[in-house]
Write a protein that binds this ligand. Structure first.
Ligand SMILES: [Mn+2]
Length: 197
């Protein structure tokens, strides 16, 4: 199974974040969806668009990331759109399939009990989900071993967030620490952490 952590911050002057996470088991716990969504703009309108994307994903949690992004693109037509990165984790096969449109960062840190040994970064495609044309969508699939950690961060988090991760921390304390140390003050921020046990 997975251990999850979610942390975020609302942009100054707003009452609601336009960033939204999806953390959801499907197939009786055989799989899990993890996504970080950043609604374009701020406040209520961005939050509503992000909610629409999350609801669209949650209606078909068993589908692959590319299919889910295409569903979101259709559902969000007429809105300002979102950028989002999503991972579908097959827990029986210990495989993670991920895909991103826009600038939500994604990294998988390979870890043992005390040392983070390597990382793989998500190569997200440019674009906006719900606006214009989607680029060709090809999820990449990587193995997920025990202690490996998936982290998604919206652009309210500095790009350098993964430089100094402490692998021993809980997923939640890690998410909290990333927001505290790498959050930008002028934007909504969201960090989603999923660690394989
Ligand atoms: Mn943002």
């Amino acid at each position: 199974m997975l251990e999850f952590g979610v942390a975020g911050r609302i942009a100054p002057g707003e009452r609601i974040s336009g960033d939204l996470e999806v953390v959801h088991y499907y197939d009786g716990g055989g799989g899990a969806l993890v996504a970080a969504i950043d609604g374009i703009g701020h406040g209520e309108q961005a939050a509503a668009t992000a909610r629409l994307a999350a609801d669209t994903i949650l209606r078909h949690p068993e589908e692959q990331p590319a299919a889910l992004l295409r569903r979101c693109h259709a559902a969000l037509r007429g809105t300002r759109g979102v950028v989002l990165s999503i991972a579908s984790i097959d827990l029986r096969q210990a495989a993670l399939s991920w895909l991103g449109i826009g600038n939500v960062s994604g990294v998988v840190c390979r870890g043992t009990a005390s040392v983070l040994t390597a990382r793989e970064e998500l190569l997200a495609r440019p674009g906006v989900v719900g606006y214009g044309e989607l680029p060709a969508l090809h999820a990449s699939v990587i193995p997920l071993r025990a202690r490996d950690m998936l982290i998604f961060a919206t652009d309210g988090i500095s790009r350098h967030f993964s430089d100094d991760l402490a692998s021993g921390a809980s997923a939640q304390s890690l998410a909290d620490a990333i927001v505290a140390h790498h959050g930008r003050r002028n934007d909504d921020a969201l960090v989603v952490v999923a660690r394989a046990r």
